[in-house]
Design a protein around this ligand. Structure first.
Ligand code: ATP
Length: 142
């Protein structure tokens, strides 16, 4: 399924799940990967494919043809080791567009050093966006 318009999303917690479901809504094919069987079961009917697997294992990712994708998202946050090992494998596969979520500046720096093309900080970025919204509301009262 590694077509032009398909994306592999690794880690289907709150962030990865929302991202994967939004992509599917926009007609993008999504291969979701998570090691938690309950998460996989919950999303079985919503994503194009969902597989239970440990994304830190190179053979496992190759069996799933992850190396054939052009776009991949690492949406693992709390488990720093899993995030870094997974991102490193995706980069070593030569995937053109690798995105990864970071939960701290240090985490983001390591991901960038590995060669991750786009590092996102969902909580930090959302905090900034909400600050703008709150400020917008305040301006309404001035
Ligand atoms: P969120 O805030 O998005 O809910 P989080 O930042 O707390 O998530 P984690 O709990 O680290 O992130 O991971 C998100 C998902 O990634 C979880 O569903 C977890 O099962 C999955 N995950 C963690 N490690 C691996 C791994 N090695 N292989 C596959 N999936 C993994």
């Amino acid at each position: 399924m590694a077509g032009n318009d398909s994306v592999v999303v690794i880690g289907l917690g709150r962030f990865g799940r929302a991202l994967a479901l939004e992509l599917v809504d926009e007609e993008t094919e999504v291969l979701g990967i998570d090691e938690n069987p309950e998460v996989v079961q919950m999303l079985a009917r919503s994503l194009t494919h969902v597989v239970r697997a440990d994304s830190t294992k190179e053979e496992v990712l190759r069996q799933l043809a992850v190396h054939e994708f052009d776009r991949a998202v690492v949406a693992i946050g709390t488990d720093l080791e899993a995030s870094i090992l997974t991102a490193s494998l995706l980069i070593s596969f030569g995937i053109r567009d690798v995105w990864a979520k970071a939960i701290s500046e240090a985490h983001g720096r390591i991901l960038s050093q590995l060669g991750v093309h786009h590092v996102v900080y969902p909580e930090h970025d959302m905090g900034q966006r909400v600050a703008h919204l709150v400020r917008g509301r305040m301006m309404d009262y001035i």
